[in-house]
Design a protein around this ligand. Structure first.
Ligand SMILES: O=C1C[C@@H](O)[C@H](O)[C@@H](O)C1=O
Ligand SMILES: [Co+2]
Length: 303
């Protein structure tokens, strides 16, 4: 089997410092984070709160370590705020990512999201969008897609636990009601399996629209406990629901095979948020890199 060299591997800073819960990893510095990513064998990074926001400064730190910017998260509020507010914030984010050389912009709708609420049960109380909210979301995303095109970029929509686009049906509705050339999809293995979806089926169905990938694994017992005990998303993260690929219940072999066979070109980002005091980020980044190398074994590299 052949692997395009155009698949690149990145690491997300969330394993070092968690932007959703800044107390997790507050002792870890930006320079430690990017140095350890590079040392573990990754060629890219996403962007966290501790990263310098000035493109020139950030480039200098990253170039020293041969790291590129894969992308960065953007929270949209298309269902709950006037479009202009999301638009202005999006343009600022787009321009920063463009200056950093990224090609895709991660977008996740946060209208009525419970992903940041410490005490709201993630399985019981996730939002379910009304028809009117779906219209606001799909039309707004298409408009953001057009704004991204102005800079030769794409938006990649991040389905996410505790939001209005989490389940297979919700992802399908989003894909069916948005134009393929305006709205692409981010494929996050951890969120799909945590939610009870079939990641391989989603990948196979939407491979032509998937332009960014997050790899994370699930500790099965913890996921079960979060559901049974009505925990929030953040409590789940603290308990250790997520871990790096190869350390949990997901078999990444058929997933990697499907990605390679599809001719995917872009980033695969190892993004496994857990408490850095319990799971040393450098150790886990290395572990994931080793597992990915095993997944790619016997796959011939071509240009
Ligand atoms: O891509 C992501 C960004 C994080 O902030 C988020 O909570 C995490 O779960 C994720 O998948
Ligand atoms: Co993700």
């Amino acid at each position: 089997m052949e692997t395009s060299k155009k698949i690149k591997f990145a690491c997300a800073p969330i394993a070092w410092t968690n932007d959703d819960m800044p107390e997790l990893g507050k002792e870890n510095t930006f320079e430690q984070c990017v140095s350890e990513m590079a040392l573990a064998g990754y060629s890219g990074t996403e962007i966290g709160n501790k990263y310098p926001r000035d493109p020139g400064t950030l480039k200098r730190y990253l170039e020293l370590r041969n790291l590129q910017v894969a992308s960065a998260w953007f929270s949209s509020f298309l269902t709950t705020k006037p479009f202009e507010e999301t638009k202005q914030a999006f343009i600022e984010h787009r321009d920063f990512l463009h200056a950093m050389g990224a090609k895709v912009i991660v977008v996740a709708e946060q209208g009525r999201s419970i992903q940041g609420q410490m005490d709201t049960p993630v399985f019981k109380d996730k939002p379910v969008f009304t028809d009117a909210e779906w219209d606001l979301l799909t039309h707004g995303l298409e408009a953001l897609g057009e704004l991204a095109h102005e800079k030769g970029m794409e938006i990649v929509y991040h389905h996410h636990m505790g939001t209005g686009v989490q389940t297979t049906e919700e992802i399908e509705r989003l894909m069916e009601h948005t134009a393929a050339d305006h709205v692409s999809l981010l494929f996050d293995t951890g969120h799909l399996v945590f939610s009870g979806e079939n990641p391989l089926a989603i990948f196979n169905k939407y491979q032509s629209r998937i332009k960014h990938i997050h790899f994370k694994d699930i500790r099965e017992e913890m996921a079960k406990e979060v559901k049974e005990q009505n925990d929030s998303f953040l409590t789940g993260v603290k308990k250790g629901v997520f871990t790096v690929p190869g350390d949990g219940m997901i078999d990444f072999h058929p997933i990697m095979d499907a990605i390679v066979e599809s001719g995917y070109e872009g980033w695969i980002v190892v993004e496994a948020e857990q408490d850095p005091a319990k799971a040393n980020p450098f150790e886990y980044a290395l572990k994931a890199r080793k597992y990915i190398d095993e997944l790619l074994l016997n796959k011939e590299l071509v240009n």
